[in-house]
Write a protein that binds this ligand. Structure first.
Ligand code: SAM
Ligand code: SF4
Length: 335
């Protein structure tokens, strides 16, 4: 095995090849499950990574085994110098992906196409405009849907993220799967996860089992095909027999996939999080600005990664609000 790759391998032998970079803490939506109603205190501009710093820090990870970078946020496309950032990262010779709420996609689509960035996931939680406005606290459904169609025109497959919440949008599971009959969509149902300020509780959770039961009852269990998952997939993949697209379930709460986790996260203010659920952070930006080598800190952060969900290794622990309130809100982590 390559000596450098080992530097990003943790004590459970998980190799970290996938870096998710949050480009901003800001967003043009206010999704209830992500952003606390009162907003979040924003990091002062001078403490956020510049385009050069994003690039230089990312370069260290790439040199040491990262092969894929996902740009996220906040909403990555609201970052004013998004074009500069993405052009720099595109020179790193790794796969670049992006997760976006889709509102500004039309503006940046020519750039993403020019850079050959086709791995674009759009988040949309309801097929109903009013319900979408309720969830996102903004009225942007038409624009997002138009941009999903734009993406569909130009790419083979479109990935859509849906966070399911009981009594809010769980009545749309079947309608969302029906979309995959004639469209090559992957509908990615995400279990609602607890983060600081998002009013999570187990009553609002729609579990993997419930999603499977609902889809099996409607389409008949024998028509639901369990598709093969890719290595390090965080989703379990399914399709309905004869349908063009597929659907998947990201069950971080009821059935996590920590054993094969290859992800690490860099927040917009340059902190490394070794797990989405970890309250511990390692500041890389301070060291970078002090002209210190950031690699020893990266290595230590990887070696101290816990086995599962930042230590919340049981359903009881993840359901305990005291244990997840030390973590950031999702908007400030970068999902
Ligand atoms: N703004 C972009 C977007 O919405 O796609 C990127 C950032 S967002 C934090 C990344 C993903 O995290 C989105 O698909 C969003 O639905 C998901 N997400 C946010 N909060 C979540 C939560 N509490 N539980 C599960 N997924 C969540
Ligand atoms: Fe913004 Fe994405 Fe969070 Fe919604 S999920 S508030 S679009 S960052």
């Amino acid at each position: 095995m390559n000596k450098q790759v080992k530097l990003l391998t943790d004590t459970y032998n998980r190799e970290h090849t996938y870096l998710r970079i949050s480009l901003t803490e800001k967003c043009n939506l206010r999704c209830t499950y992500c952003m606390p109603s009162e907003g979040i205190p924003l990091t002062p501009r001078t403490h956020l990574m510049t385009a050069d710093e994003v690039y230089e820090i990312a370069k260290v990870f790439v040199k040491n085994g990262v092969t894929k970078i996902r740009l996220t946020g906040g909403e990555p496309l609201v970052r004013k110098d998004f074009e500069t950032v993405v052009r720099k990262l595109a020179t790193l010779n790794v796969e670049i992906a992006i997760t976006t709420n889709g509102i500004l996609l039309e503006r940046y689509f020519p750039l993403l196409r020019e850079l050959n960035i086709t791995n674009i996931t759009i988040s949309i939680d309801s097929l109903n405009s009013d319900k979408n406005a309720l969830i996102t606290r903004r009225n942007q459904f038409k624009t997002v849907w138009k941009n999903i169609s734009l993406l569909q025109e130009h790419t083979e497959q479109v990935k859509l993220n849906v966070v399911l919440m009981k009594g809010v949008n769980d009545d749309e599971i079947v309608d969302l799967i029906k979309l995959t009959q004639h469209n090559n969509f992957i509908i990615r149902f995400i279990e609602f996860m607890p983060f600081d300020g998002n009013q999570w509780n187990t009553d609002k959770l729609v579990s993997q089992n419930e999603i499977i039961t609902t889809s099996s009852n409607y389409f008949n269990a024998h028509n639901i095909i369990r598709e093969k998952d890719k290595p390090n997939d965080t989703s379990r993949n399914y399709s309905v027999k004869g349908y063009k697209g597929s659907f998947s379930i990201i069950s971080s709460v009821t059935n996590p996939f920590c054993d094969s986790c290859n992800r690490i996260r860099l927040t917009a203010n340059g902190k490394l999080k070794n797990c989405l659920f970890s309250a511990n952070e390692t500041s890389l930006l301070d060291d970078y600005r002090a002209k210190k080598d950031i690699l020893p800190k990266v290595k230590l952060a990887i070696l101290t990664k816990l086995k599962a969900r930042g230590g919340m290794d049981t359903f009881e622990k993840i359901s305990d609000s005291k244990l997840h309130s030390d973590n950031r809100s999702m908007i400030a982590i970068g999902g």
